[in-house]
Design a protein around this ligand. Structure first.
Ligand code: GLA
Length: 400
């Protein structure tokens, strides 16, 4: 299985750090040597989509792709941020943190600082340099990774820390209040608490979670459609409102508490769209729990079938797929070694994820990509991922 090199212990290799520091020096015109580096992973959700904000279950992994935030504390209250991949700089004072109406990326950092300050932490000014290899805007949660890495960077510079579940909740508030997306807790939680070689079954109501070892024979391949998520935020927020309206009609605090029977009994009271939205959520919660059982029993074909069913439900009932995601899932299902495939994350573009037999990973990637390109004229990006550890912070690893 050549597609997957072994994981290294240091998630920010010295060469990557040098590159990020170099970008800071270039954009701000002064040399920069980090005292600390915080790194947080992207994620891919294996099953349990659009269930988190309904109090349901999700089953994500943190992936071996990271956002790195290199930190140098300052003697004053200023924050300067250089973002390597954007070739852009942000500056703000900790005494007056406002949203930047123009630059969405800057709001992740400003929002983290604002929420940490609101939580009572006495932050210090810092210079930050950001880079990494989580594809941005591609459905693997680069935003949660930026939030988590930035939060730990600010805390470490101030000599503080907080429990990781609380940090995840704080970063979710950044997204909800500062960025303006009513997202659930999944992305921030897995980026905070992911573990190597394990997937996380997270109860999004109680935040209790259980790590489930992934068998060696399960390789997950991220299939990036390269179709940017169009109108993603407003459609996402709309889905969430529809679920809340459905739950209110059903007389439950969240759809998590409505089983298939209760939903069927209330069908005549719901309009057709709300009914389908609720049906997706209720059935997806069931599929997620069944999928975890299948995995624990070593039944990968059953896990794959549940992934396929999840995609159909997201496409037909929840209506968050698009032509490109459907084309990718269809191409994946015809390629060698594929046991199941579905869109992952919010939808409307972004990525699919496929479960593939290890011996077939290379052929799978080649054939899925070729078929997808013929169908859509877009060049996709497919890569196998490994379940990896969550956010970490420490002194930088430098070349000896
Ligand atoms: C986005 C959100 C998550 C979750 C997924 C859909 O990734 O950030 O909270 O709702 O969509 O499952």
């Amino acid at each position: 299985m050549t597609a997957l090199p072994p994981l290294s212990d240091s998630v920010c290799p010295p060469r990557e750090l040098a590159d990020i520091e170099g970008a800071f020096a270039r954009t701000l015109g002064e040399s920069f040597a980090a005292e600390l580096v915080a790194s947080a992973p992207g994620r891919v959700n294996l099953i349990g989509e659009h269930t988190d904000y309904n109090g349901g279950f999700v089953f994500p992994i943190a992936i071996d792709r990271y956002i790195h935030v290199a930190v140098r504390p300052r003697p004053d209250r200023l924050v300067r941020v250089a973002a390597r991949d954007r070739d852009d700089v942000d500056r703000f004072s900790l005494d007056a943190i406002a949203r930047d109406p123009e630059r969405r990326w800057a709001n992740y950092i400003r929002g983290v600082a604002a929420e940490l300050a609101a939580a009572g932490f006495a932050l210090r000014g810092v210079d930050l340099a950001i880079g990494g290899n989580v594809p941005v805007g591609a459905g693997v949660s680069s935003s949660a990774a930026i939030e988590l890495a930035t939060a730990r960077a600010f805390l470490a510079a101030a000599g503080a820390d907080m429990p990781l579940p609380d940090l995840a909740l704080l970063c979710q508030r950044v997204e909800n209040r500062f960025v303006g997306v009513s997202c659930g807790i999944m992305d921030q939680f897995i980026s905070a608490l992911g573990e190597r070689s394990k997937a996380m079954l997270l109860d999004c109501e109680s935040l209790a979670y259980e790590m489930t070892p992934l068998p060696e024979e399960a390789v997950f391949v991220v299939c990036d459609t390269r179709k940017e998520r169009a109108l993603g935020d407003s459609a996402y927020n709309e889905r969430r409102s529809q679920c809340e309206a459905g739950a209110a009609k059903l007389g439950v605090p969240a759809l998590r508490h409505a089983g298939p029977d209760a939903l069927a009994a209330a069908q005549s009271e719901l309009d057709a769209v709300t009914f389908r939205r609720c049906r997706h959520v209720v059935t997806e919660i069931g599929r997620t729990l069944d999928a975890v059982e299948a995995l624990r029993a070593g039944d990968l074909p059953a896990f794959g079938r549940l992934m396929d069913a999840s995609h159909l439900s997201l496409r037909d009932d929840y209506e968050v797929s698009c032509r490109e995601l459907d084309a990718m899932v269809e191409a994946a299902r015809e390629a060698p070694g594929c046991l199941g495939a579905r869109l992952t994350g919010a939808g409307f573009g972004g990525c699919a994820v496929a479960l593939v037999r290890p011996a077939d990973v290379e052929a799978f990637i080649r054939e899925t990509a070729a078929r997808y390109e013929t169908e859509t004229s877009l060049q996709p990006l497919l890569y196998a991922v490994r379940a990896s550890g969550g956010v970490q912070v420490g002194p930088p690893a430098r070349r000896a």
